[in-house]
Design a protein around this ligand. Structure first.
Ligand SMILES: CC(C)(COP(=O)(O)OP(=O)(O)OC[C@H]1O[C@@H](n2cnc3c(N)ncnc32)[C@H](O)[C@@H]1OP(=O)(O)O)[C@@H](O)C(=O)NCCC(=O)NCCS
Length: 189
């Protein structure tokens, strides 16, 4: 699908949009915070040229591209300042299933922005892209991530023990998911 039919996803206080070059220093800065990187696939510091490569890779990509991770930039309405990002990976083997991820700048945590962005992303995936099931995984020590996933209504499906080699150790992954019909019920309830 051509990238031109995705512009912006608006939520109450914020928007999810395409990354812009001006976002990249802030993106690299919060990803370089050791607390932000602690349970993520990258290590701090996160170099600006990695941000630039990500931007180049995303520039012609539609968010709903099987086999690819797409990162949405998150900003408050009326502000150019990047406060976080949300990622979506549509499965190559079954494009009606997707995985999500999220990272917010420390100064924008604790305000409900990340939950609002993830809810908007789930709306997009289920209502606008017709997904059947969306999953997320987090290190079982990442309590803020698990709290967010529960807050937005995702179900904890299990724990895979020492299934991920990360930063020199075996780590446990907590698995979360929500189905389209569960998401629709949550919106009505
Ligand atoms: C995971 C992460 C995105 C969670 O961010 P967060 O800000 O805690 O999440 P939320 O947006 O759900 O915010 C909830 C908090 O905002 C508070 N809040 C304040 N104002 C609020 C409002 N208007 N509406 C909702 N919540 C509000 C809530 O009370 C809650 O506070 P608490 O944590 O003290 O209970 C963040 O910790 C992060 O970026 N971590 C590093 C990256 C990472 O590990 N990502 C996950 C990989 S799996």
């Amino acid at each position: 699908m051509a990238h031109v039919d995705f512009t912006v996803l608006a939520a109450e206080r914020l928007v999810l949009r395409r990354f812009r070059p001006a976002d990249l220093p802030a993106f690299a800065a919060y990803r370089s915070d050791p607390e932000v990187a602690r349970y993520q696939t990258w290590s701090a510091p996160y170099p600006l040229d990695a941000a630039e490569r990500m931007f180049a890779d995303l520039s012609t990509l539609h968010p709903d591209t099987p086999g690819e991770w797409y990162q949405f930039a998150v900003a408050l309405h009326g502000s150019e300042e990047l406060i976080g990002d949300c990622g979506v990976h549509v499965r190559a083997d079954d494009p009606r299933q997707a995985e999500i991820g999220f990272t917010f700048a420390p100064s924008s945590q604790g305000r409900g922005y990340a939950s609002e962005a993830v809810r908007r992303l789930l709306d997009y995936l289920f209502l606008e892209r017709g997904k059947h099931r969306v999953t997320a995984a987090c290190d079982d020590r990442n309590v803020r991530s698990a709290a967010l996933l529960r807050r937005v209504g995702m179900r904890r499906e299990g724990l895979t023990v020492e299934s991920v080699w990360s930063k020199g150790e075996w780590t446990n992954d907590e698995l979360y998911a929500v189905l389209e019909r569960e998401w629709l019920d949550l919106q009505q309830g």
